[in-house]
Design a protein around this ligand. Structure first.
Ligand SMILES: [Zn+2]
Length: 257
């Protein structure tokens, strides 16, 4: 999947299937994040050696998926927004690569150890930056419910117009409810995501203005949050630490005033 592509809705092409089947190893996120690819991984079992990188995260550390997270998804799949939790997949990848290619095992271990250090430092950096947002401003409203782990790890109340999957459409009652929340809580800003259309949020802001007399800033464009997709390769959002930094900087800028 390229930059800005929504994994919940992504359908693999014939070309993708060829690539998956010819790979030595396929890492995917798992927890039904790739909702439309579950079939591909299940049906091609035996032909694809696939590893869900969230495999070793203790189940008690996972958030239950509220509402419709897609067929038989028990858990919220957006674990990468808790940087500490995302260190577990690094260990999974390290172990799988070392098992597949024992000659390179030392190299994989060194690289993984360096990356784990980088992530620990990133987690500390996130916490430090977010101290600029006072407790009463710590409400993160987005297009879909991708930031539950972020909220739990870093002390934010989170609300999404859509549930933990983008696969179903929102209706008027969802929009009305969110507009009421924005209006009564006087929320100053809501955030669009690079991988989700912003029409739904725009409709909510219209309702908040018309029904509750409350204007909300829509943070989008270059400031849209990276939720379920990276930015283009080579850009600041093109890596995991880069996307986390971008999000935190945008959130602090919008809410710390
Ligand atoms: Zn998502």
């Amino acid at each position: 999947m390229g930059a800005g592509v929504d994994p919940h809705r992504y359908l693999p092409t014939a070309g993708d299937r060829g690539k998956l089947e010819s790979a030595h190893l396929v890492f995917f996120s798992g927890l039904h994040l790739e909702g439309k690819m579950t079939d591909t991984f299940e049906k091609a079992r035996g032909r694809i050696r696939g590893v869900p990188v969230t495999r070793d995260i203790p189940r008690e550390d996972l958030r239950p998926a509220e509402g419709e997270g897609g067929p038989d998804s028990q858990f919220d799949p957006h674990v990468w927004f808790d940087v500490r939790l995302w260190m577990k997949p690094v260990e999974c990848v390290r172990a799988e690569l070392a098992a597949l290619d024992p000659a390179g095992a030392d190299q994989y271990r060194r690289n993984a150890d360096a990356y784990l250090k980088e992530l620990a430092a990133l987690d500390a950096e996130v916490r430090q930056k977010l101290t600029r947002v006072p407790p009463e401003k710590r409400v993160l409203v987005t297009s879909h419910d991708a930031f539950g782990y972020f909220g739990r790890a870093y002390g934010f109340e989170v609300k999404g117009l859509q549930g933990v999957s983008t696969a179903s459409e929102t209706g008027t009652p969802d929009r009305q409810k969110l507009a009421e929340f924005l209006g009564t809580r006087k929320i100053p800003a809501v955030f669009t995501e690079t991988s989700v259309p912003d029409a739904g949020l725009k409709a909510v802001l219209d309702t908040a203005r018309n029904d509750y007399g409350h204007s909300v800033r829509l943070v989008g464009g270059d400031d849209a949050l990276f939720s379920d997709a990276l930015g283009v390769p080579g850009s600041p959002g093109g890596t995991y630490p880069g996307m986390v930094r971008h999000n935190v900087d945008v959130i602090v800028e919008a809410l710390a005033r």
